[in-house]
Design a binder for this molecule. Structure first.
Ligand code: 5AD
Ligand code: FES
Length: 348
């Protein structure tokens, strides 16, 4: 196993057969070594800096029905909300005061926010905070819509591919097209965004074979960011009774991602911090270098429930910001308050 890990460390690539062998045979000692190598890789690229993004969950209306997700359209129990443009700008103002230089606008696929409204939100944020990056995470849109948002000033776009297995993707996403999702990611790349793909770990039906597909896809797409977190069942979804993903498996996937894509911006996700009180720290030590504290108003926070148990440790964003900084320092990293662009990216 060491030989394969060393090869991956040196060349940032092993092929499908080698990766499958690694996944099937990795014992705990090998895992420790893999994590060390991922950490070394991160030190060589971004150093021990951890970047911070302010997450704004601005709508939990969604027209889709991902079977794992708590805000799926069919969940009649979800208490739906939308933030107005003024409310969003108010959140950004508070974030700006706390030093955030990236705002991540995340929401369900909600047609209430027309392209014009999204463009208006981007334009206003950029006018008020021109030195800040705007990241969108609002799902599948047409090439033209993506282009309009980019031209309005959006810098980055998060659209996890969720799984690179077409068969599994279609089981988890009723009436959705795997091909369209993948095409959206290529479109975003072509337009010039810093693109974030990614997947969940521990989904029912996932296997080492599907993980191999995920890494081969990531290596081909070369996204600037990758979001990886454990699957956590939500009580009001068809997957309510399934097992959650584990910290261990998630951390292995983070480490592999750092090794395949040394310059990737890789968050230690909220989901990882939800299943394990030290999950975020473990993620950082395995190659992650981004944290995304929640800036959404406290009044709506519990309504943006993608999975059970999703809470923040601080009940106020300022508190949260300090607490996160302390924890990052304790884990041996330093908080970097710059925009934190991918080092290989330039705006087209
Ligand atoms: N558990 C973990 N992650 C989830 N997501 C959605 N539902 C869940 C869940 N039950 C993730 C998806 C999505 C991101 C915003 O949140 O990967 O892309
Ligand atoms: Fe909204 Fe998945 S349920 S995109």
């Amino acid at each position: 196993m060491r030989k394969l890990i060393n090869k991956l460390y040196k060349e940032n690539y092993i092929d499908e057969i080698e990766l499958l062998e690694l996944l099937y045979n990795l014992n705990e000692n090998d895992a420790t070594y893999l994590i060390e190598k991922a950490h070394e890789t991160m030190l060589k690229t971004y150093g021990n800096r951890v970047f911070m993004r302010g997450l704004i969950e601005f709508t939990n209306y969604c027209k889709r029905n991902c079977v794992y997700c708590g805000i799926r359209a069919a969940n009649k129990k979800a208490d739906r909300y939308r933030l107005s443009i003024d409310e969003i700008l108010e959140v950004c103002k508070e974030g700006d005061r706390l030093g955030y230089k990236t705002f991540v606008l995340q929401g369900g696929e909600d047609e209430f926010y027309t392209d014009d409204k999204i463009v208006e939100i981007i334009t206003e944020i950029k006018r008020k905070f021109p030195y800040s990056a705007v990241t969108l995470s609002i799902g599948e849109k047409s090439y033209d819509s993506y282009k309009k948002f980019y031209d309005a000033g959006a810098d980055r776009y998060l659209l996890r591919h969720e799984t690179a297995s077409k068969e599994l993707y279609e089981k988890l996403h009723p009436n959705a097209s795997f091909e369209n999702r993948i095409q959206c990611l290529w479109n975003l790349k072509e337009i010039g965004y810093q693109v974030g793909a990614g997947f969940m770990v521990g989904l029912p039906g996932q296997s080492n074979e599907t993980f191999v597909k995920d890494f081969m896809f990531l290596k081909e797409l070369e996204p600037e960011m990758v979001g990886i977190g454990p699957f956590i069942p939500h009580k009001d979804t068809p997957l309510a009774d399934k097992e959650r993903g584990t910290t261990y498996n998630t951390i292995i996937m983070l480490a592999l991602t750092r090794l395949f894509l040394p310059y990737v911006l890789l968050p230690a996700t909220t989901a990882l911090g939800t299943i394990d009180p030290l999950g975020r720290e473990k993620g950082l030590k395995a190659g992650a270098n981004v944290v995304m504290p929640n800036l959404s108003p406290v009044s709506v926070r519990e309504k943006y429930s993608l999975y059970d148990g999703k809470i923040c440790t601080g009940d106020e964003s300022a508190q949260c910001r300090k607490c996160i900084e302390n924890r990052i320092n304790k884990a041996g990293f330093v908080l970097d308050l710059s925009r934190g662009d991918n080092l290989n990216w330039k705006r087209k």
